[in-house]
Design a protein. Structure first.
Length: 287
């Protein structure tokens, strides 16, 4: 009986230790919101920031900022990131429109190495003239809110969500709420002029697939193998999200997160082996 208790205790401790080594990747890196934006908005959780427009909350400074919420077709956020992280780790999330009429309406965005040219997002990531500064913009062909969302008993919010767990941080410095033609119906913070849509980092686009011989019929096997690995790594950076009602949960399949989780699992299994070995020693001594 004592031996079985020792084994059970050691095994349980090993399992707990191994589970503790695997990090949770659902939560994104903290959104660092500038002080001027925090004065007009709410940050209900680290990776979610939203500006509210309604006639119900007297403490909300934007309640009368947009006369007709039915004229809102989109929004943009200006963000700043560590450009090295952005181009190697990548980032993604959504621009969100939350209201009484439409519920939770999220438009996915991707940046850095998460950008996939063959799978464009509704929300585009534009470059700017300042390194490490980008504009995330969604502009639809229909209003995102109903006019009734501006009534006293309703609400409407425009927000940004981040899914990338491994970035050093994302600084949110500006917001625009956009009309049908892209004009700003509401603007706050330090917005930057958008340039061309961001593309993948040069390192991912510049690899040459095959080196041909003079006849043009042969290629180097080693180079083709490298390209296969490069292609697989790029594909693995796609972000996926699942949302229901007004909850905001999302998971990232970024290679960096998977690598950390795999390392944690390996370490956990090692601890489990050590614990079981210890139990075996105890048994042998008791004999």
């Amino acid at each position: 009986m004592k031996i079985s208790k020792i084994l059970a205790g050691m095994s349980a401790a090993a399992i707990v230790a191994s589970m503790a080594m695997i990090p949770a990747s659902a939560a994104g890196t903290k959104l660092n919101v500038s002080d001027d934006l925090l004065k007009i908005a709410r940050q209900t959780q680290d990776d979610l920031f939203a500006v509210y427009f309604n006639g119900k909350d007297e403490d909300m400074p934007n309640k009368d900022a947009i006369a007709d919420l039915g004229t809102v077709y989109g929004a943009s956020f200006t963000i700043k990131v560590d450009n090295n992280d952005w181009n190697t780790i990548g980032g993604g999330g959504s621009i969100n429109f939350n209201s009484a009429s439409g519920g939770w309406n999220a438009k996915d965005w991707a940046g850095g190495s998460w950008v996939e040219d063959d799978k464009p997002k509704d929300t585009l990531c534009y470059t700017t003239d300042e390194e490490g500064t980008y504009v995330l913009e969604y502009l639809g062909d229909a209003p995102v809110f109903a006019t009734t969302d501006g009534d006293a008993d309703n609400y409407a919010a425009v927000g940004i969500n981040n899914w990338a767990a491994d970035l050093k941080g994302i600084d949110v410095v500006g917001i625009k709420v956009l009309g049908a033609d892209g004009n700003a119906l509401f603007e706050a913070g330090s917005n930057k002029d958008k340039k061309e849509v961001q593309k993948k980092p040069v390192a991912e686009e510049s690899s040459s697939g095959t080196d041909s011989t003079a006849s043009g019929t042969e290629s180097k096997k080693d180079d083709s193998k490298k390209d296969d690995k490069s292609s697989a790594a790029a594909t693995s950076t796609a972000a996926t999200s699942s949302k229901s009602g007004t909850t905001t949960t999302a998971t990232s399949s970024a290679a960096a997160s998977d690598s950390v989780a795999a390392t944690g699992a390996t370490a956990g299994l090692a601890l489990a082996g050590v614990a079981l070995a210890g139990a075996a020693i105890v048994i042998s001594k008791r004999k």
